[in-house]
Design a protein around this ligand. Structure first.
Ligand code: NAD
Length: 321
């Protein structure tokens, strides 16, 4: 089997390869060729850690495996390690033999950013010029970098609960030679595309703070109870997601569905748009909303892609196992 350590990922994986892997696997999910297994997430009663598995099988890409890991809140303070820790294990679907073990920390950020940028490619207006960020933490930088490649944006605006983190967004805007402007939430009406990527447990963005024609990627809500936008916004928008079952239980749509504002049938797979089975955006003033919950198949897709790159470049460590 191959081992691709965390330290090798940054030099191997590109945003383009992550984008391609995630777009393909979303399409396979919507075509019924790939499915995610039920997620396991447990508070293990040690170090306040949350640990779990996200797995799946992509029959089209022949990718089988799981991501194991979670959140160790004391890592940074006690050990100087990052709090989110994960590893991807891939198996040969023909034999069940272990194929690869891959560092999953950077890959998680890249696959999450790829998901929202796939949604922007397929759902945002072609003439989108202003991108608005809600959130300025670790993931926000990856999100913004990937999004800026999808349209000819000419300005980045952003809001964050903790304004001292806004320089993170300014830094990425500067990498693309774009101006950055901090705004109040009302200022987000100027945005043609909005990405929310926070760890909020209550609605931040109100329905009237989003203009007609906007594409919104809600990426922070990946757990029961988390929330980033006013649920009534989902009644004004055409709602898309990576996986409907996750969207209504742990995604942004959990609140609108629980309140009876929309039903499961109102939520469409982004993969269906990629496949041409759903028209996606049909007018310039439609609001489109992508509820990105994060599925195991995304992790497997980017891990498989990085193993291929590592083998090609002679970087993969091969062990007899
Ligand atoms: P981080 O700790 O680096 O940043 C957290 C961000 O949330 C900051 O912008 C912070 O100011 C903001 N924030 C914190 N509490 C808030 C509150 N009560 N109200 C509004 N904003 C608040 O975290 P990160 O690594 O950037 O992750 C951000 C979120 O993305 C987390 O909720 C994480 O679980 C989620 N996430 C989702 C996926 C997915 O696939 N959808 C993948 C990875 C992470």
């Amino acid at each position: 089997m191959y081992i691709v350590p965390e330290r090798a990922i940054a030099d191997l994986m590109t945003r383009a390869a992550a984008f391609e892997a995630v777009e393909k696997v979303f399409a396979a999910m919507a075509a019924g060729d790939a499915y995610n297994f039920p997620v396991v997430r447990e508070a293990i009663g040690h170090e306040d850690a949350l640990y779990g598995f996200k797995g799946g099988f992509d029959r089209a890409g022949l990718t089988l495996g799981l991501k194991a890991g979670g959140y160790w809140p004391n890592n940074l303070d006690k050990r100087g390690l990052i709090n989110h820790q994960s590893t991807v294990f891939l198996f040969d679907p023909d034999t069940g033999k272990a194929r690869a073990m891959v560092g999953g920390n950077l890959l998680t950020a890249l696959r999450t950013a790829a998901a929202s940028s796939v949604s922007i490619k397929h759902l945002a207006r072609e003439d989108a010029k202003v991108i608005g960020m809600v959130g300025a933490g670790h993931q926000a930088k990856f999100q913004l970098r990937a999004a800026l490649e999808q349209r000819s944006f000419d300005k980045v605006i952003g809001w964050n609960l903790h304004p001292e983190m806004l320089p993170n967004l300014a830094e990425v805007a500067a990498e693309f030679d774009l101006p950055f402007e901090p705004v109040e939430l009302d200022g987000l009406r100027e945005a043609d595309v909005i990405i929310s990527i926070t760890s909020s447990f209550e609605a931040i963005l109100k329905a009237d703070q989003v203009s007609p024609g906007t594409h919104l990627a809600c990426m922070g809500t990946d757990t029961k109870g988390k929330q980033e936008v006013d649920p009534t916004l989902l009644t004004r928008a055409t709602v898309f997601t990576d996986e409907v079952a996750q969207s209504i239980t742990i995604g942004e749509a959990q609140h609108a569905v629980a309140q009876g504002l929309i039903t499961e049938g109102d939520i469409h797979q982004l993969g269906a748009v990629i496949n041409g089975a759903h028209p996606g955006r049909t007018s310039a003033d439609q609001i489109t909303l992508f509820d990105g919950t994060g599925v195991g198949l995304q992790d497997l897709a980017v891990a498989a892609s990085v193993v291929d790159l590592a083998v090609q470049q002679g970087i993969a460590i091969e062990v007899d196992f």
